[in-house]
Write a protein that binds this ligand. Structure first.
Ligand code: ATP
Length: 257
């Protein structure tokens, strides 16, 4: 699946009836099997843009279109920061929820549920309920739920930002392993520069007031194993470049906070 975002603009009307231009002149694509990361300071419109790509919000101007080899409507898998698992459903029932909604047979649900639960490392926890899971395990279940519908495009909005640093590092590594197996076109939102450089094929750096694309940076490092010592200086160069692009905005955002 290839996704094209063309001339997108988004204006919100705030509680005082003032118009807020949140996004302006947004043009980019997500190529087939490409992992694109949106990075930028607080309030630059990352979530708004992800929601527009996911069809949860409509743009004020411009359009998003999907190009695939067949004509069917795209299936999207979405993972948010706070995974809203149904507390009354087990891990298995949460993971297969989307399949149930689509009328997939019980037998196929059992197979796919098992497969994706295994992929995220939750085998053995099929019958557990969300309240019995750690934060990292909840995110794993949320990822399995998004993958189980076998989406054409995976959308992830700060999926690991509520996790502690160690769990976050493990989840980033596991996400790459999963991506390597599924090769899903992915749009991932983060404000964490290291995370962006670690995961992305291309990083889209957004700026504020109004949210716009400052630069698109292809990360020319092997997809797996970027944290190895031999790539350290290149990794740091990318991180510094991105930081220089957003430093001013990040400082301004801090003053407003
Ligand atoms: N429903 C809304 N009504 C009015 N303004 C909104 C609405 N949603 C977002 N905005 C404004 O649009 C801008 C972009 O918000 P958005 O949440 O997309 O940014 P973000 O980059 O995801 O921020 P963060 O990293 O803090 O989550 C902000 O100025 C925000 O206040």
């Amino acid at each position: 699946m290839r996704v094209v975002v063309e001339n997108v603009e988004k204006t919100f009307v705030d509680s005082k009836k003032n118009e807020v231009l949140a996004l302006e002149d947004i043009n980019f694509s997500i190529e087939k099997e490409e992992f694109v990361v949106l990075v930028g300071p607080s309030g630059c419109g990352k979530s708004t843009l992800l929601n527009i790509v996911g069809g949860l919000l409509s743009p004020t101007k411009g359009q998003v279109y999907f190009e695939s080899s067949n004509d069917k409507d795209p299936t999207l898998g979405i993972v948010f920061q706070e995974i809203a698992l149904f507390p009354w459903r087990s891990v298995f029932e949460n993971v297969t929820f989307g399949l149930e909604e689509r009328g997939v047979s019980k037998k196929e649900r059992a197979e796919k549920g098992k497969h994706y639960i295994e992929m995220v490392g939750l085998t053995g926890f099929e019958a557990a309920y969300p309240k019995q899971l750690s934060g990292g395990m909840k995110q794993r279940a949320g990822i399995a739920r998004a993958l189980a519908v076998e989406p054409d495009l995976l959308l992830m909005d700060e999926p690991f930002s509520a996790l502690d640093a160690q769990t976050r590092t493990i989840m980033q590594e596991e996400l790459l392993t999963i991506w390597n197996r599924t090769r899903l076109s992915t749009l991932y939102v983060t404000h964490n520069i290291q995370e962006a450089v670690y995961l992305a094929d291309r990083v889209i750096v957004l700026s504020r007031h109004p949210g716009h694309i400052k630069k698109i940076i292809p990360i020319e490092l092997p997809k797996i194993g970027r944290d190895q010592e031999k790539y350290r200086s290149q990794f740091e160069r990318y991180s510094n470049e991105i930081w220089e692009l957003i430093r001013h905005d990040a400082e301004e955002a801090l003053k407003e906070a």
